[in-house]
Design a protein around this ligand. Structure first.
Ligand SMILES: C[S@@+](CC[C@H](N)C(=O)[O-])C[C@H]1O[C@@H](n2cnc3c(N)ncnc32)[C@H](O)[C@@H]1O
Length: 310
């Protein structure tokens, strides 16, 4: 099933910004995203032209035949675009106790690798909310190639204004996305709104460290304009204000640093990797590691419960 573009509001292309001014909700969304220049900047950061051909060519170079179909596990070096790769996703899914009966929302799903992992390993259905049009196209392609298009659906739009009814989901899932979102209270309230009472919100992201972030580009931001880090303590305070109880909030920075760099390094020729669609990956991931090593950022993961109504 193809990506559903429910609104043009959050289409990140610069030349569609006029829709923002004419849409009834445009002002609010425009403000919450920080205006045209920031939206264009984030779009520029993540856009990956011809992503479908780039993915197909990377698969062929890695010896896979897209015509024969591929399995989610064969894609994991390519489609888990977050710190710690597949292993971090598997650990988070265990912490969140995701099972076949759950309806999961993946926020900022990227190419939907984690969503396909959850659908294939846990047997659940997953709806993906993703801002970047190119990534939605890539996610749709990979859903078709893995035969998971009926269980992993992709919606293009913003996590700050999602096209879902209240209390729709058992689990909300988010990996390495909050760093791009300045208005975290609106994000958390929106997630709380679409979760069923008692639903789980499982996430990982980079938090602010003891000193400011100075090395750019990073995998999530070309420049400071798209980098919105808060400390783990500030996250917890905001989550509670927005109706969550925090079950788990742990700092996994040291554990991550002691492990290999997994899919953060550019793949060698003939190997699948994020560099199929992320430009300057070596520089970005090198800066991320250095930022972690020097305490400019911290890697955190959390599981929260939607308890109170807000
Ligand atoms: C570093 S990637 C992570 C992708 C995916 N979660 C993964 O782990 O593979 C960050 C993603 O967040 C998306 N994103 C950033 N801001 C967003 C927003 N306001 N709403 C929806 N998606 C957003 C970006 O387009 C990008 O795909």
């Amino acid at each position: 099933m193809p990506c559903r573009q429910y609104t043009t509001l959050m289409d990140q292309r610069f030349d569609t910004r006029y829709d923002l001014w004419t849409h009834p909700a445009g002002d609010r969304l425009f403000e919450s995203q920080g205006g045209t220049s920031r939206m264009a900047s984030l779009d520029e950061h993540y856009s990956a032209h011809d992503i479908e051909s780039r993915i197909l060519s990377a698969l062929r170079s890695a010896g896979l035949d897209p015509g024969e179909g591929v399995s989610p596990s064969q894609l994991s070096a390519l489609d888990h675009f977050h710190t710690g790769g597949l292993r971090a996703s598997q650990e988070l899914s265990e912490l969140a106790r995701i099972g076949a009966a759950d309806l999961v929302l993946d926020i900022g799903a990227g190419l939907a690798g984690p969503a396909r992992m959850l659908a294939s390993q846990c047997g659940c259905r997953v709806e993906c909310m993703e801002l970047t049009a190119d990534y939605c196209k890539g996610a749709d392609l990979l859903n078709r190639l893995t035969g998971l298009e009926a269980r992993v659906l992709v919606h293009q739009g913003s996590a700050l204004d999602m096209p879902f009814a209240d209390h729709s989901f058992d689990v909300a899932w988010m990996q390495n996305v909050g760093m791009n979102i300045e208005d975290k209270r609106t994000l958390y309230r929106e997630i709380h709104r679409v979760l069923k009472p008692g639903g789980r919100f499982a996430f990982q992201e980079m938090a602010a460290g003891a000193v400011p972030t100075t090395y750019f580009p990073l995998p999530w931001a070309t420049n400071p304009r798209d980098n919105f880090l808060v400390s783990a303590d500030e996250m917890q305070t905001m989550l509670r204000e927005c109706g969550f109880s925090v079950e788990i909030m742990e700092d996994t920075s040291d554990e991550h640093l002691s492990r290999s760099v997994a899919n953060a390094t550019p793949a060698a020729p003939g190997q699948l990797g994020l560099s199929a669609f992320v430009d300057n990956l070596g520089e970005k991931s090198g800066n991320a590691r250095r930022s972690l090593e020097e305490g400019q950022v911290r890697l955190v993961r959390s599981v929260c419960l939607a308890t109170l109504q807000n």
